[in-house]
Design a protein around this ligand. Structure first.
Ligand code: 13P
Length: 268
């Protein structure tokens, strides 16, 4: 793909923050204002469920746009029914969400979410025209050898029965668990290695064209100092950002670093 056609995807995962919806609105509006003119980056804000509604209410001044979209951090695998405490993909779609993060390592760790559960959620999200952002990544950093077996299992099991025609609507977020919130990051080469292996696996599962077009994000301690290098040298299509997305100034700096980087981008 020509770099001029490349549209990067930057996803803000606010996790369980902020507790106050006034703060959420302020953050959303600041991001919207500062990124209004940016064309080559699609921004997706994923606030907690309780704060999803504000982006649809004209009175809040937080309206969504072509480049600024809304996503959720999780969903259930059924559209409705007796599932106490759950939120369905249908509800998210009705609220104006276009994306949903699935299988985040924090859900795998604290809520015992398995690849089989992620698989059911991917199918339910697709049925409701939500784009799943499927998180995968190794738990520990292995200095001697990149351990791809765990990631391979995550992908094979999570994508069981997912049709070829749906892959264009799915995004992979490669998030090494050890890099999340730790301030430690893999080298650009290591991210590139993971990206190549993921594309190779998708070539085997589907075909080469699909694998090449697959959007792969990197997540884990992304900031405005490392974002430009990752985009230029790691073969990724964007980022899934936690902590830095809660600081409007820093989040916008990351977006601008990528936006300027389109001059040198080699992200095929
Ligand atoms: P940090 O950017 O805080 O490391 O979190 C990454 C993440 O988990 C995004 O989903």
């Amino acid at each position: 793909m020509n770099f001029q056609e490349q549209k990067y995807l930057i996803v803000a995962n606010w996790k369980m923050n902020p507790a106050d919806s006034a703060e959420a609105k302020t953050l959303f509006k600041a991001i919207k204002k500062e990124t209004a003119k940016i064309k080559n980056v699609e921004i997706v804000i994923c606030p907690p469920f309780t704060q999803l509604l504000f982006a649809r209410l004209p009175a809040t001044g937080c309206r969504l746009s072509a480049n600024l979209k809304l996503g959720a951090q999780n969903c259930f695998w059924k559209d409705d029914g007796a599932y106490t405490g759950e939120i369905s993909p249908k509800m998210l779609k009705n609220l104006g969400c276009n994306f949903v993060i699935l299988g985040h390592s924090e859900r795998r760790e604290f809520l015992s979410e398995t690849n089989q559960i992620v698989n059911k959620k991917i199918q339910a999200a697709l049925k409701n025209r939500l784009k799943p952002i499927v998180c995968i990544g190794e738990k520990e950093w292995n200095v001697n050898d990149f351990d791809f077996e765990g990631i391979k299992t995550q992908i094979l099991e999570s994508f069981e029965g997912i049709k070829k025609t749906n892959i264009q609507n799915i995004i992979i977020a490669y998030e090494p668990v050890w890099a999340i919130g730790s301030g430690q990051v893999p080298s650009e080469n290591d991210i590139m290695k993971a990206v190549i292996l993921i594309r190779r696996l998708f070539t085997e599962m589907y075909d080469q064209k699909i694998a090449q077009k697959l959007k792969i994000l990197y997540g884990g301690s992304v900031n405005s100092r490392n974002a430009g290098n990752f985009i230029s040298n790691a073969g990724i299509n964007g980022f899934l950002i936690g902590k830095a997305s809660l600081n409007a100034g820093e989040f916008v700096r990351i977006i601008k670093a990528i936006s300027e980087d389109k001059q040198t981008g080699n992200n095929e």
